[in-house]
Design a protein around this ligand. Structure first.
Ligand code: ATP
Length: 238
């Protein structure tokens, strides 16, 4: 089943396009990497899909439902869950309170279920999120998205501020959750090679336009292409 279908999407700020004519899709159970240099438009694309920025043109469908013009909370009800760059957890609340806040009413994911994916959270349930380590906070933010029982997850820079080894351990957990429950994941990530190990397919954005669409395996083998899409744009942005 197609959980995200974006057709010819143009989006930006104040009517000025940042992302142009982008078409992507995410299927049930797969992780799709969305890659590109700083400023390529990845976050803009995620925020447009989540209804945080109005689209300028094109269509967006989540779980077979066209969501153009919908507000974020309506799209969330349709099954979308966004993990933003700042982790989107409440630092003054405990781990258990954060989980309760995100739990979907009538959903099929329990606290016990998320603890199976992240056993380390069991001992931290009564601790305030603000007192957790960076890795524990990121574990909690993923757990909060799991417990929302999503159909489609949009993840923005999960590795930000984390030791690479911790990020590398979290990706297989995400892949397992997606496979177990048929969730589709669109993963924005700067750690390209680690992301491509867990992703089945990938897209590359360069200055707002798609320059690659294909399997993660094919992209992994295109070292020169990857370097020019990252280093070239990064240098110009410096
Ligand atoms: P990064 O990896 O640095 O987060 P990105 O690929 O996610 O980069 P975006 O954050 O989507 O890129 O930014 C794309 C372009 O849109 C940049 O040129 C940025 O300056 C511009 N931009 C981002 N947010 C806004 C905003 N609120 N208003 C105007 N322009 C913005």
């Amino acid at each position: 089943m197609t959980l995200l279908s974006v057709e010819s999407l143009t989006a930006g700020y104040g009517g000025i396009p940042v992302v142009r004519d982008v078409s992507i899709h995410v299927e049930s159970g797969e992780i799709v990497a969305l890659l590109g240099a700083n400023g390529a438009g990845k976050t803009t694309l995620l925020h447009t899909i989540a209804g945080l920025i109005p689209e300028i043109g094109g269509t967006i469908a989540v779980a077979d439902q066209k969501v153009n013009g919908w507000s974020t909370h309506q799209i969330v009800r349709q099954g979308l869950s966004l993990l933003p760059e700042n982790r989107g957890i409440f630092f003054q609340l405990t781990v258990a309170e954060n989980l309760r806040l995100y739990q979907r009413k009538g959903g099929s994911v329990s606290v016990a279920d998320v603890i199976e994916y992240f056993p380390a959270l069991a001992a931290l349930l009564e601790r305030k999120a603000g007192l957790l380590s960076g890795g524990e906070q990121q574990m909690l933010s993923l757990a909060c998205r799991f417990i929302a029982d999503p159909k489609l997850m949009l993840i923005d820079e999960m590795s930000l501020g984390l030791a690479p080894i911790i990020f590398q351990r979290m990706l297989p957990v995400l892949a397992q959750f997606a496979a177990d429950r048929g969730v589709g994941v669109l993963l924005v990530e700067q750690h390209v090679h680690v992301a491509l190990k867990s992703a089945s397919r990938a897209y590359v954005l360069n200055r707002g336009e798609l320059t690659f669409s294909g399997t993660a395996h094919d992209l992994q083998n295109q070292h020169q292409f990857l370097e020019s899409n990252y280093m070239g744009s990064a240098k110009q942005g410096e």
